[in-house]
Write a protein that binds this ligand. Structure first.
Ligand SMILES: Cc1cc2nc3c(=O)[nH]c(=O)nc-3n(C[C@H](O)[C@H](O)[C@H](O)COP(=O)(O)OP(=O)(O)OC[C@H]3O[C@@H](n4cnc5c(N)ncnc54)[C@H](O)[C@@H]3O)c2cc1C
Length: 529
């Protein structure tokens, strides 16, 4: 994956996709596979915004049953089923527990009904994906961290999990392979029209600050929260902030769905890369769109919600990292009563203008493939092209072509021979799929690369070097926040940042001054807070 800004020059595109989160990535990938001439531009790094700040769940959304959003649950569960098959390295099953306490808002019968419905919508024949009820003893064996006072037992049910930023990256790699021009650090400044039809846009290379005109027949804005800048139309959407805290490992390999006692909202504790994600909040976004921050109220809310369930409560000192994302919620103009952000549907909508400009509003990572297919369908109709969706049931670009379990067993055996520890090897396969072979080749040349970067986390130097050389990372934080999420999973010191920057310097063509700049950039953004 090489960034080539000059490749946009003197080309005429059918479709320009603005915004390189999960919606833009799926749109560019599908459109390129259907034979359209596509460019996608992203003002920062791929997935730098909400698509790397989600709960990382590929799920139907059990809680949406409470608001009778059956259509969304059913659609998302169908996508979940497909992604588990087409991307077994990227999307993997994750079981959740829901404890049943004597005092809770939703009782055992209501939960049972919800889970029966959830399994029905999932339509999965595999009993491993069905819900079950465990008595007090069994449930606490699964979740020994839970406060047992008034605990009757609990349900477990299946959903799925991913690494959101890497999901986007793999789709961008797929789009490039299919012929799309994919440029990060490239901002769309404004679009151009002739006789009421869009025919181009002015884009800016964010690395050199040079601007150029790009020619295109259609444009789609998959700009997430920045949609508001494009349309100045607040009637279309409402923005809500969601934060996650990264907490120490307390779960085995199962997650928890819990209800906050203060306001009855659902929140999660999710195992991820060996640690625990605690999230999320859901509050109306106030203030600057470009600098969404995490404040003390958000942190206190989540810690208090979790501590109501934990035998050993957490304090602020236990927080390892945090991240924030912004949901774009479709505004319901018919609703007379102002509703809380949590009560608004997560479903998605496309608004198309007669000039050939389209705006994607809202949605979920889980259903983004299907929504993107609708964007490309609409674009194809306007262009008079007849090509069906190309991503349905299609194996992911880095998915093994043979049986996933046979492939992973063979790859893990090779990892043992190379001296890679079992946990790092397991994550390597999730992170890189078939490209893990390239990482093994690096270790064959330099055995030292099997060392972990941080002893407590399953990321090895060979992984870092591979990401630095092949994954279009421009800055140090592109590598350490999204290619490998070290900046949120550990408290990196300035020294460690410098050591990593020096290690990758020759691959990134960085001299001493650039190393200094990159470390400073990371330090300012990630260490002072
Ligand atoms: C806290 C939280 C938890 C969530 N958890 C889940 C979950 O577990 N499962 C799930 O399915 N969904 C989840 N979601 C929803 C999901 O994360 C979002 O629906 C999805 O990431 C939105 O993707 P996007 O591509 O629309 O937006 P974004 O990821 O925000 O991407 C928009 C991109 O457009 C770029 N951009 C903006 N303006 C320009 C411009 N002028 N030129 C070039 N580029 C531009 C931005 O830099 C940005 O990268 C969650 C959301 C939040 C907030």
């Amino acid at each position: 994956m090489k960034r080539d800004f000059a490749s946009l020059q003197n080309k005429h595109f059918d479709l320009l996709v603005c915004g390189g989160g999960v919606y833009g990535a799926w749109t560019a990938y599908d459109a390129a596979l259907r034979g359209l001439k596509v460019a996608i531009v992203e003002q920062g790094d791929w997935a730098n915004a909400t698509s790397s700040a989600s709960s990382k769940l590929i799920h139907g959304g059990l809680r949406y049953l409470e608001t009778y959003d059956f259509k969304l649950v059913s659609k998302s569960l169908k996508e979940r089923k497909m992604l588990l098959q087409t991307a077994p390295h990227r999307v993997w099953p994750l079981r959740f527990g829901i404890p049943v306490y004597t005092y809770q808002r939703i009782n055992r019968l209501q939960l049972k009904l919800g889970l029966v419905l959830y399994d029905f919508f999932a339509g999965d024949a595999d009993p491993k994906m069905h819900h079950s009820y465990l008595n007090h003893k069994k449930f606490t064996e699964h979740f020994p961290l839970l406060n047992e006072h008034a605990l009757k037992g609990g349900f477990t049910y299946a959903d799925a999990q991913t690494d959101d930023a890497r999901l986007v990256l793999e789709l961008i790699a797929g789009a490039m392979q299919a012929g799309a021009s994919c440029i990060n650090y490239c901002k769309l400044i404004h679009f151009l029209e002739t006789n009421g039809k869009v025919d181009g846009a002015i884009i800016r290379d964010q690395l050199t600050q040079t601007e150029q005109k790009i020619s295109t027949k259609q444009i789609v804005f998959t700009t997430g929260q920045w949609l508001i800048n494009e349309t100045q139309n607040l009637d279309w959407c409402r923005l809500s902030k969601g934060i996650h805290l990264v907490m120490p490992a307390v779960l085995k390999d199962e997650a928890l769905l819990l209800t906050a006692k203060s306001d009855g909202r659902v929140f999660f504790m999710i195992p991820w890369y060996g640690l625990t994600l605690l999230g999320t909040t859901d509050t109306d976004l106030k203030g600057n769109l470009e600098q969404v921050s995490i404040d003390d109220t958000d942190i206190s809310y989540l810690l208090a919600a979790a501590n109501d369930y934990l035998k050993t409560p957490w304090t602020k000192v236990d927080i390892i990292g945090c991240f924030v994302g912004v949901r774009v919620l479709r505004q319901n103009t018919q609703s007379v009563f102002p509703r809380s952000p949590s009560a608004i549907s997560r479903d998605w909508e496309l608004k198309s203008a007669p000039n050939g400009v389209h705006y994607a509003i809202g949605g979920k990572i889980t259903s983004s493939r299907q929504d993107a297919a609708r964007i490309v369908d609409t674009v194809c109709v306007q262009l008079g092209i007849h090509q069906p969706c190309a991503t349905q049931d299609r194996l992911f670009p880095w998915a093994p072509r043979e049986s996933f379990s046979e492939w992973s067993t063979s790859m893990q055996n090779q990892a043992v021979q190379l001296g890679i520890d079992a946990e790092s090897a397991r994550w390597l396969l999730h992170r890189h799929g078939i490209r893990t072979h390239e990482i093994y080749r690096k270790i064959e040349i330099d055995a030292d690369l099997v060392q972990r970067i941080i002893p407590s986390l399953p990321f090895i130097y060979a992984d870092l070097m591979h990401c630095a050389s092949t994954e279009m990372a421009i800055h140090l934080d592109d590598l350490l926040r999204r290619r490998l999420p070290l900046l949120i999973l550990t408290k990196l010191t300035e020294n460690k940042l410098r050591q990593i920057a020096i290690r990758i310097a020759s691959t990134m063509s960085w001299d001493d001054a650039k190393i200094y700049q990159e470390v400073e950039r990371c330090r300012k953004q990630w260490i002072t807070h």
